[in-house]
Design a protein around this ligand. Structure first.
Ligand code: MLT
Length: 406
């Protein structure tokens, strides 16, 4: 008899964004004429940069001629893209990362969800709370936790984020083998300083632990003091894997391309405590289960890394950052304390109400879709996340509507 994976029954509720979509759909069916403005899921709305579109077109034409057609690509990504990434995203910032340490994928969600497969099931996992749900759910599905009670799974180490610590928790006192960190943070928009990340790197080195650093939003950093990569911290190569995405950087949420960095000297340990390099395990995992990103999309990603592409991406992001500033100013003028909104597309604030009740209020009274903070964990209770991913006009219209509700 085929039995289902029992760990799936531990998972609490729907995937957050599926639940948001369900409520929005139900409301829209009851109110077919309602013109909703979506500031909920972090999904980009503006067109791809021109450099990426040109590259997509050119590569598609290559695929249409026998002489230039390409079948399966290299397992870990085309050299042209891995080189462009290593040069532009890392070496240009003084980070020692080489092209063969870069593993191209279809996005940071997949990579951050899949990476746990290469760790022992007994690994003690630390996650921030609030947290991007993928880090937690992928470990629950794998069987690394007990059941949930009161919004938290037995066996996970929760690192509480709050206004006091600026949503940048300190390393835990209790034992943990691996920690997920995300800065600029989803959902809170918080950023971590070099000194804060250096404490995490020191902790990982002292404890034989590993940092899984999600830098999907690094392109939103404008403050020159804020690090873009964990590898800006000395000693990080041995203890950190980094995840990046073209989704928010170049508008690729529907195009799909991301990558992770697994340095050659990044290590975990075997049962006898001997250091084991992680890179061969990740290579083995990817070559078994993943067949790469399409050639045209990798060419488009390469174009996003060109000087012209980078300038176009920056302009896109500047537009979203200006929206984030509008939202933050609006909320702060009404007395809400906000995190994020600068160096981040997310604005996070204490709504003063139960999260889903506040979500429903904004949906029903203003036709504005947000994301309830409690969906990101217990520490998100009462909070709300608004994204800046929409047109300026829609953000202005949303704020006008919210003005009469808040
Ligand atoms: C979000 O809204 O948190 C993002 O869309 C999640 C993601 O990128 O998967």
């Amino acid at each position: 008899m085929i039995r289902v994976n029992p760990n799936y029954s531990k998972i609490q509720a729907n995937y957050l964004f599926a639940e948001v979509a369900r409520r929005v759909k139900a409301y829209q069916e009851e109110n077919p004429s309602a013109q909703l403005i979506r500031l909920g899921i972090g999904d980009v709305t503006r067109a791809l940069p021109a450099a990426c579109v040109e590259a997509l077109e050119k590569a598609s034409r290559e695929m249409g001629a026998d002489a230039t057609f390409r079948g399966y690509g290299p397992d870990y990504g085309y050299a042209f893209l891995r080189e462009a990434i290593a040069e532009g995203d890392f070496r240009a910032r003084g980070c020692d990362v080489s092209p063969d340490e870069i593993f191209v994928s279809d996005g940071a969600k997949c990579d951050t969800g899949n990476i746990q497969e290469i760790f022992d099931l007994s690994a003690r996992v630390a996650v921030p709370d609030p947290v991007y749900p993928v880090y937690v759910d992928s470990n629950v599905m794998a069987g690394r936790t007990g059941p949930a009670a009161d919004g938290r799974y037995a066996g996970l180490v929760y690192l509480e984020g709050n206004e006091e610590n600026g949503y940048v928790p300190e390393p835990p006192q209790e034992p943990a083998d691996v920690v997920y960190l995300c800065y600029p943070n989803n959902p809170t928009g918080a950023v971590a300083t070099k000194a804060q990340l250096a404490r995490w790197v020191a902790w990982a080195r002292e404890n034989g632990a590993l940092i899984l650093f999600d830098a999907a939003y690094e392109a939103f950093i404008r403050d020159p003091e804020i690090p873009h990569s964990i590898y800006e911290i000395p000693g990080a190569r041995e203890v950190a894997v980094e995840f990046r995405s073209f989704s928010k950087t170049a508008g690729f949420t529907g195009t799909r391309c991301g990558y992770c960095v697994v340095p050659s000297d990044c290590r975990a340990f075997d049962a006898d405590g001997n250091a084991v390099p992680l890179q061969p395990l990740w290579k083995r995992r990817q070559s078994t289960k993943f067949n790469g990103v399409s050639y045209p999309v990798q060419r488009a990603a390469e174009a996003a890394c060109s000087p012209e592409g980078r300038a176009q991406c920056r302009e896109l992001i500047d537009g979203y950052l200006a929206n984030a500033r509008l939202v933050t100013d609006f909320l702060e003028a009404r007395g809400y304390r906000c995190t994020g909104g600068r160096n981040s597309p997310y604005v996070w604030f204490d709504s003063g109400m139960e999260s889903w009740a506040f979500f429903d209020k904004l949906l029903r009274e203003a036709g504005v879709v947000t994301t309830p903070g409690s969906g990101f964990g217990r520490a998100g209770a009462g909070r709300c996340r608004i994204t800046a991913f929409n047109s300026r006009e829609n953000v202005e219209r949303a704020l006008e509507r919210l003005g009469s509700v808040l």
